[in-house]
Design a protein. Structure first.
Length: 257
């Protein structure tokens, strides 16, 4: 029986030496160019908005969420109360509540301060990759750190790539032509990742319903159509999986008889 101490930090050497950490790095490296294009556009957009450089740098390094950054910029420019800025960012990022619920089993070995750090490092692509690879894995532990090691590798690459690109956009905003259409490159990167994950009827149906919901609710304020789409996808996926399980039970019962 192993007597290894529990995982208490995202900097634990056992995570960084684990093969799954390297796998997370490789998987994220395939999609990070698109994310960097998106980060570059975000940096340019914040800089050209007219906000002070110090505020832009803080938004880039501390917020680490493009939708929240871009939603906050116009509110800051018009002098909106701070609570309005915070509530807007909260509404835009409500989808991370659902993401965190699925990642939670792999984080519970960590103290609160490191769980908060994991929440800061979580992003759409990091979540998708981790759940796709380790969604059905046992919770991370000292004996089986694979899910947490994979998350650490993917999150490190994503954070570094995003911030390098965002800072480049801030520093060279005047040199990046709008005609490059870099924001579309980020969208294409997400679509390419999405297509690789559609492997069964449940995932295809859930994604299609989420897309329809996002389009129908696009006029909602604070980009809440994103939250609606995520909730529809989760609800549809759970319902379809339940229906599939109910169909297999009678068949299993007949086979046993």
């Amino acid at each position: 029986m192993s007597h290894d101490p529990p995982l208490r930090s995202l900097l634990d050497p056992r995570l960084w030496r684990h093969p799954e950490c390297r796998q997370g790095v490789r998987d994220m490296a395939r999609v990070v160019p698109g994310m960097m294009a998106w980060g570059l556009v975000t940096g340019v957009a914040m800089t050209t908005s007219g906000l002070p450089l110090g505020v832009v740098l803080c938004l880039s390094l501390l917020v680490f969420a493009a939708s929240a950054q871009l939603s906050s910029v116009p509110l800051l420019l018009v002098g909106a109360p701070l609570w309005v800025v915070w509530m807007t960012a909260l509404c835009v990022n409500l989808r991370f509540v659902i993401f965190s619920a699925q990642l939670r089993p792999h984080m519970m070995t960590l103290p609160l301060r490191w769980r908060l750090m994991a929440g800061y490092l979580s992003a759409d692509v990091t979540y998708v990759l981790t759940v796709h690879r380790h969604g059905q894995s046992a919770p991370a532990s000292a004996e089986a750190p694979a899910p947490l090691a994979y998350f650490v590798g993917a999150a490190a690459v994503n954070w570094a790539g995003w911030n390098v690109a965002s800072l480049a956009g801030i520093l060279f905003a005047s040199q990046v032509p709008a005609a490059w259409g870099l924001a579309f490159a980020g969208t294409l990167a997400l679509l390419a990742l999405l297509v690789t994950l559609l492997k069964d009827r449940v995932s295809v149906s859930s994604t299609a319903l989420a897309g329809v919901a996002a389009v129908l609710c696009f006029s909602l304020p604070f980009r809440l159509h994103i939250v609606v789409a995520v909730m529809v996808a989760v609800a549809a996926g759970l319902w379809l999986e339940r229906m599939a399980a109910l169909k297999t039970r009678p068949a299993a019962g007949k086979a046993g008889a």
